[in-house]
Design a protein around this ligand. Structure first.
Ligand code: I22
Ligand code: ZN
Length: 194
């Protein structure tokens, strides 16, 4: 394949995935439900946390910073954090216990009922995120899964699921960040207009 053709095909595949989301009324409405759930959580003094591995850890950190920093508006900070950001914690727990425990242990330690946990996993099967969702549900934390098409194990552990219609990891991640940005924009707009 000509390299330029390959480039075009990748871009088209990213567009196609987003086009399918655009036509999925239920998923669009779920974005609004999650916006309302997050605004409700903030109004009740709760917090939002994100977790992911690899590129999805970067996405988790990116999205958390939209809330704790700013998105469009100059406004006060919102309580949001990505769970992998403390390297000392991460390396100790992975070393002394297991990599699979890094997120569930923090969910147990710092999250409370009514907080929101957003887990990003293209497979929906990453053991540390699955485990975090299991602990979250035991505690009454609201779980929001960002996954690929099947949802994997996270499908049955997510109160709200965005199972992007693709099985290609980078294409899924590209739509995760789009959905995440939509949610950030609408949360900021709604919370700071009240
Ligand atoms: O960014 C990418 C691929 O685009 C990779 O770093 C990718 O995130 C890693 O392989 C992850 O470990 C994949 O995990 P997951 O999405 O299945 O939870
Ligand atoms: Zn990537």
């Amino acid at each position: 394949m000509e390299r330029i053709t390959q480039v075009k095909e990748i871009i088209q595949s990213s567009i196609d995935t987003k086009q399918q989301i655009l036509q999925d009324q239920a998923m669009l409405e779920r974005m609004l439900e999650v916006v309302d759930a997050i605004v409700n959580a903030f109004q009740n003094g709760k917090r939002i946390y994100f977790c992911g591995n690899g590129g999805s850890a970067a996405d988790a950190q990116h999205l958390a910073a939209e809330f704790s920093g700013r998105f469009y508006k100059n406004r006060r900070a919102l309580p949001a954090e990505a769970l992998h950001c403390n390297t000392s914690y991460l390396t100790a727990v992975a070393n002394d216990y297991s990599y699979n425990d890094i997120y569930s242990r923090l969910v147990d330690g710092i999250m409370v009922k009514g907080d929101v946990l957003i887990g990003l996993s293209t497979s929906g099967n990453s053991a540390n995120i699955v485990s975090a969702f299991e602990v979250a549900r035991e505690k009454g934390v609201i779980t929001v899964g960002f996954t690929g098409i099947t949802g994997g194990i996270m499908h049955s552990l997510s109160d709200y699921l965005f199972n992007v219609p693709s099985s290609i990891t980078p294409r899924i991640q590209e739509s995760h960040i789009t959905i995440g940005h939509i949610i950030c924009e609408l949360v900021e707009e709604k919370y700071f207009s009240i």
